[in-house]
Design a protein around this ligand. Sequence first.
Ligand code: NAP
Ligand code: MG
Length: 407
Amino acid sequence: MKTHKKILVKNTIVEIDGDEMTRVMWKMVKEKLLLPHLDMKLEYYDLGLKKRDETDDKITIDAANAIKKHGVGVKCATITPNKDRIKEYNLKQEWKSPNGTIRTILDGTVFRGPILAKNIPPSVKTWKKPIIIGRHAYGDVYKNQEILVPGPGKGELVFTPADGGQPIRHIIQDFKGPGILQGIHNTDKSISSFAKAAFTFALDQKVDMWFSTKDTISKTYDAKFRQIFQEEFEKNWKKKYEDAGIEYFYTLIDDAVARVMKSEGGFLWAVKNYDGDVLSDMLGSAYGSLAMMTSVLVSPDGFFEYEAAHGTVQKHYYKYLKGEKTSSNPMALIFAWTGCLKKRGELDKTPDVIEFAQKLEDAAIETVENGIMTGDLLKVAEPNPKNKQVYTEEFIDAIAEHLKKKL
Ligand code: NAP
Ligand code: MG
């Protein structure tokens, strides 16, 4: 039998384990696709809900700090507890979303992009290349104050300077009857981090960078976003973008939406918080399946955390617990690992690691293109007599076999 030497991954990868069906798939991906071929130093953090509860969620903070130390991490999906989960896991308290905690510590922006296979056509015919969404994850309506206006009266916007200066006041509306009122904010610091992360990631992926707001209407608020992006571009990116042969393109959000629908893809689209919430779900479903979306958190300091865009696939897990086999799709988890390995290889200057990750991605996509796929994909795949739905483990085994031929 041919034995092969494992590929050495030079520096540490932070491995963050998670919950439910994704935890089950995580183990299979590691054991069948990675460990047979790679010699990796993994610093392991178990963010399974039980462990988070035992450590009073300190493990989440430790994991985020480990990414700061080593630069690159890969994360499994985790449960964000709610009232039901408190009962199910007998929790001490309703711990915060681990992703929220990690994002706050790394000051990151989340980028989501699709995994494309030839036989899983996007709903939009012109899309040939991935469209990556970069969503600002701070402020706007997600951190607002709202008033239910009961009747006639004055709605005002007031800023009181901390240094005792003159307050700034604007009348929003002189209400003649009942209505609603909302106050939102953002900070130069957060917008600037968002801009840096977006410019970093587009350059990293060697794709054009689009940014869109509604600054014709919002002449101060959205205009500030546009201004900060423009200044950041001129100051830190113009030359690098020219050298890489990519462009920065600003346009109004409605114009951007119209252009996206007719484009062939192949760019990063940075958007404000609410736009990102809405548009990333639209893109996710248009590209076929939640399990074909990858997600990466990029911090302005150059730390990277890779994960799947989907959750823990709870419904499948309950079937699994009853001893049933499930056809859950591990593609986004596999791509979280390959994304992380490519980045590690790039930082370590180890092309053989990058090459391995690329071969694994190719093996996974070609397996789907050869008609072997999980249930979610079979529903949206181009009809073909050779298409066959397989269980999760069979799917991973098929990828493992195909990968061996490439190595
Ligand atoms: P979900 O895990 O994304 O699953 C929603 C549905 O999408 C599934 O029931 C399944 O549909 C389909 N699906 C998602 N991923 C799939 C995959 N890999 N293969 C096949 N089908 C897939 O969302 P959820 O059920 O709303 O949330 C479950 C838990 O995940 C929650 O506790 C939530 O807090 C957590 N969550 C974590 C993250 C994260 O860590 N990044 C993100 C979101 C949610 P069918 O049932 O129709 O097959
Ligand atoms: Mg949403």
